[in-house]
Design a protein around this ligand. Structure first.
Ligand code: SAM
Ligand code: SF4
Ligand code: F3S
Length: 477
């Protein structure tokens, strides 16, 4: 299964999206005499970063391997979003410890958000780690590896105001050759009080629009048929082309990528309710190949809690945004993130999250209980006062309600016909293919003569909670 599919699956229980890892690499590259193994945790941006890291290492004489025992360099690209995500990484590091004992020259590096959060303290806490590299310092990896080979522990966690890795062509890892992530910006300026990302990823900066379009064009030329434009807050994308004195907003960027070819699907994540504009919604409406799917995290249904979270919108504002999306794009798939049991959340306020969920009837929801992160605004200002059992119970209530909505959302599609981009074989049955429709729903159908990368029209005959099942009624090209 591709990273993409995995990330898009409906995972409504806590800690799943950030807790899973993917080892990545190709085993067939015989021209190298040193090999790296990389395992990535966390959000799609981290997976995209691992592909930048792979490119930097390839250019410096390292081949990639999926066989950890064959690696000279083990990298773990980490996530700090919740405590459990960090525990998963620490557990994995203890497993690498055994390996290092049997292969003393092996270098172990920690990359990503946990590296940034803990900095050199990581070397104290985890004695086996040789290098620690933050998300903006990947260009320095070859030098740091050399230092580590010379017996020096090496750290670079400098954050940058302008690093976007725009000139680095990512090496696609674990790719199905159909979908790819493309980073359009880095960092975040929003300072939601619960969130560690502004501290681990630094200030928001947008990547040169031409380099984004160039990367998407190259992917299309290589046979890819879907790109997902990534940023923590894509709606605040802003690029000033100083030569032509023109501004590229997110809506214009979407349009530029959509114009590459009608055969290239365009998705994006994440949208912030305070920033998503009508211009974006109308651009989605205008181009058939911009998918009708918006991930619009709400976090809480209570205006008071939203204020404490520093989300800068109210329940009513959010509802008005959802109404507007449905007015302009009636068929648009909608998903969200929600946090149960944030500091001081009352039972009534939790009920407000449930009632907001009832109103929005999300197709997909990523639901978590609050996990205090050291250094965040919430950790400094508020007491983490909701007992764990209460957090878990509230989370379960959100999960249960969401399940009823997602099942209904699947059931209402039975009998309809959708254009599906084929992403590969079904996991469960080699005679079936797997793809997704415009609204991001998984669709499985008998293989026939169709293949990965094709578009087909599939009539839906039945469904499970997570998958639409049907048959091809026509090719779409
Ligand atoms: N940038 C996106 C946004 O603004 O919604 C989300 C980024 S974050 C990587 C993904 C999700 O993790 C958040 O939407 C939030 O629901 C959840 N999250 C972040 N910090 C958390 C915390 N301290 N405890 C529990 N969940 C958290
Ligand atoms: Fe975190 Fe908020 Fe930024 Fe999303 S918008 S990454 S939740 S600070
Ligand atoms: Fe995790 Fe960092 Fe992403 S904290 S969710 S890997 S931005």
């Amino acid at each position: 299964m591709s990273i993409m599919q995995e990330l898009m699956l409906d995972k409504t229980h806590d800690e799943t999206r950030q807790g899973e890892a993917f080892s990545s690499g190709a085993t067939a590259n015989q021209d190298y005499n040193k090999y790296f193994y990389i395992e990535s945790y966390g959000c799609a941006m981290n997976f995209a970063d691992s592909e930048v890291v792979a490119s930097i290492l390839h250019n410096n004489g390292f081949g990639s391997t999926t066989n950890v025992d064959a690696a000279d360099l083990i990298l773990i690209n980490t996530c700090s979003i919740r405590e459990k995500a960090e525990q998963t990484v620490r557990k994995r590091l203890t497993e690498f410890k055994k390996l290092k004992r049997s292969k003393p020259g092996m270098v172990i590096g920690v990359l990503g958000c946990m590296a940034e959060r803990l900095k050199s303290a990581f070397l104290e806490e985890e004695k086996l780690v040789d290098i620690v590299v933050g998300p903006d310092a990947y260009r320095s990896l070859p030098g740091l590896i050399e230092e580590a080979n010379g017996g020096q522990k090496a750290v670079n966690v400098l954050l940058s105001r302008d690093e976007t890795y725009a000139d680095i062509a990512p090496v696609r890892l674990n790719s199905n050759g159909v979908n790819a992530f493309v980073s359009i910006m880095r960092g975040c300026n929003n300072m939601c009080s619960f969130c560690v990302v502004p501290f681990t990823r630094g200030r928001e900066r947008s990547r040169d629009a031409e380099s984004i379009v160039g990367e998407c064009q190259a992917l299309f030329n290589d046979g890819y048929r879907e790109v997902t434009l990534l940023g923590q807050n894509v709606d605040s994308y802003y690029w000033l082309n100083e030569q032509t004195d023109t501004v590229v907003t997110f809506a214009r960027l979407l349009e530029k990528v959509a114009l590459i070819s009608p055969l290239l699907r365009v998705r994006f994540s994440t949208s912030h309710p305070k920033d998503i504009t009508d211009e974006v919604l109308f651009t989605m409406k205008q181009y058939e190949n911009i998918c009708n799917y918006i991930h619009l995290p709400v976090q809480s249904g209570s205006t008071r809690v939203l204020q404490m979270m520093n989300r800068t919108y109210s329940r009513e504002w959010y509802i008005a945004k959802v109404d507007r999306i449905r007015e302009i794009l009636p068929d648009c798939g909608l998903s969200t993130d929600m946090i149960a049991g944030f500091c001081t959340e009352t039972e009534e306020e939790h009920q407000e999250s449930l009632s907001l969920m009832e109103y929005c009837k999300y197709d997909l929801a990523y639901l978590y209980f609050y996990s205090e992160r050291p250094g965040t605004l919430a950790a400094r200002r508020f007491e983490d006062d909701i007992p764990l059992e209460v957090k878990k119970r509230r989370l379960q209530e959100l999960v249960d309600l969401h399940r009823t909505h997602s099942l209904k959302s699947m059931q209402k599609d039975v009998g309809k016909t959708f254009k599906v981009l084929i992403e590969g074989e079904s996991k469960k049955n080699k005679d079936e293919l797997f793809g997704r429709n415009d609204q991001n729903k998984a669709v499985v159908f008998p293989k026939g003569h169709h293949k990965k990368g094709d578009y087909v029209f599939v009539k839906i005959n039945t469904c499970t909670a997570g998958t639409l099942l049907g048959e091809v009624v026509a090719s779409a090209e």
